[in-house]
Design a protein around this ligand. Structure first.
Ligand SMILES: [Ca+2]
Length: 391
């Protein structure tokens, strides 16, 4: 009976408790489920906020970048402006003149456009050496201002250049100094001053289906000076690029002028040919002319060169040139004939290159003095190097 009584007592004590505990246990499960759902909602909300924050940070970075761009160091006062440059550092040794390092060029060019039909360009070279003539007057062409011109775009293929720029003779002369095959230009330009020469004037230029042309009138006194007479010099050049032979260019040029108050004669006619077919480059130019070499003496003069280039690969090119200048075809012994063998190493095409030229200069019996060598010199072996950057 005692056992029975104990069971009864246990039941009386426990059953009310169980009756209370079971519903409470069910309540807890529901609450946990609710809490889980709440946590899930908060997680989603947090993800949304993180996305919003990331987007805001991205927009802030973009805004800062745009602001930084607004503060770019070069700002155009009006229209578009472009800045280009060329730095050439030379080294030369030839056993006759002093061996020297030389800042050959530091060309700084600004160009731009202020109207769909109007462009401009100014280029100066602070590396130029200011020189004096025999009367101790400044030689104006030695001043640093090189190009200074406005361009009026007359049509898609036609434009008018007004100002100071290179005369349209000799492709090698017109070619940018950054893109020469050799360290120095040929004798037509260096001795004859018939190429790479600037003057003030007005020039029409343009292109047609298989070529291009230039036709201009100029003061005829060289760069940075006003005219010394009423006569205007005329220059014209035309280049054909036959569609039947890609890479072939054939050109003719002429220049007729009167220089100075005494109206000294300056006449030239030139022919040029090029064949560019990778890995070969073949070039030839011939110019003949008549200049007043003194107030009373006219001289017929001529110069020509043949150049061959061969690219070993994208970084290395071999060049060879035979180059002749005869300052007076009626005189014998005054000519110069140069052989050149060279190598070009391109680090970044013409934007960073190193050139090395070996030049053998041969003078006639009386030819050396006019080239700046001691009279009677017959041969000069020259080593020329150029390290340049262009941007
Ligand atoms: Ca003139």
């Amino acid at each position: 009976m005692n056992r029975m009584a104990m069971w009864l007592i246990s039941l009386i004590v426990l059953v009310p408790g169980l009756v209370q505990v079971i519903p409470a246990w069910a309540d807890d499960r529901e609450e946990v489920q609710q809490l889980r759902e709440e946590v899930q909602r908060l997680k989603e909300r947090l993800q949304q906020l993180e996305q919003v924050l990331a987007k805001q940070q991205e927009e802030e970075a973009k805004r800062k970048e745009a602001e930084a761009k607004k503060l770019e160091p070069v700002q155009a006062g009006y229209g578009k402006i472009k800045f280009d440059g060329l730095v050439q550092m030379w080294g030369s040794t030839d056993g006759k003149k002093s061996d020297t390092f030389r800042a050959r060029r530091t060309e700084l060019k600004f160009s731009g456009q202020v109207h769909p039909k109007v462009k401009w360009a100014v280029m100066f070279d602070p590396a130029k050496t200011l020189t004096q003539n025999k009367d101790k007057d400044i030689v104006q062409s030695s001043r640093t201002l090189q190009d200074a011109f406005l361009t009026l775009l007359l049509g898609e293929k036609t434009q008018l250049d007004v100002g100071q720029y290179k005369l349209p003779t000799s492709e090698e002369g017109l070619r940018s100094s950054a893109q020469l095959d050799t360290v120095e230009r040929s004798l037509i330009s260096v001795r004859g001053k018939w190429g790479d020469i600037r003057d003030l004037g007005v020039m029409l230029r343009g292109s047609f289906d298989n070529g291009e042309y230039q036709l201009g009138v100029f003061n005829g006194e060289g760069q940075n000076v006003t005219d010394a007479n009423d006569s205007k010099d005329v220059a014209a050049r035309v280049v054909f690029k036959p569609s039947t032979t890609p890479g072939l260019e054939l050109g003719l040029s002429t220049y007729q002028g009167k220089r100075g108050a005494e109206k000294a004669t300056n006449r030239r006619v030139g022919a040029e040919a090029r064949f560019l077919s990778d890995p070969w480059v073949l070039k030839a130019e011939y110019m003949t002319g008549r200049d007043n070499v003194s107030s009373s003496t006219l001289a017929d003069r001529e110069g020509w060169f043949l150049l061959a280039g061969y690219s070993l690969d994208a970084k290395r090119q071999i060049v060879a040139r035979y180059d002749v200048w005869d300052p007076d075809t009626d005189l014998s012994g005054d000519q110069e004939q140069d052989w050149l063998l060279g190598m070009n190493w391109f680090l970044a095409k013409h934007n960073a290159k190193f050139q090395l030229n070996l030049v053998r200069k041969n003078f006639g019996a009386t030819g050396a003095a006019a080239a700046g060598y001691p009279a009677g010199t017959r041969h000069v072996n020259q080593l020329l190097t150029n390290f340049q950057i262009a941007f």
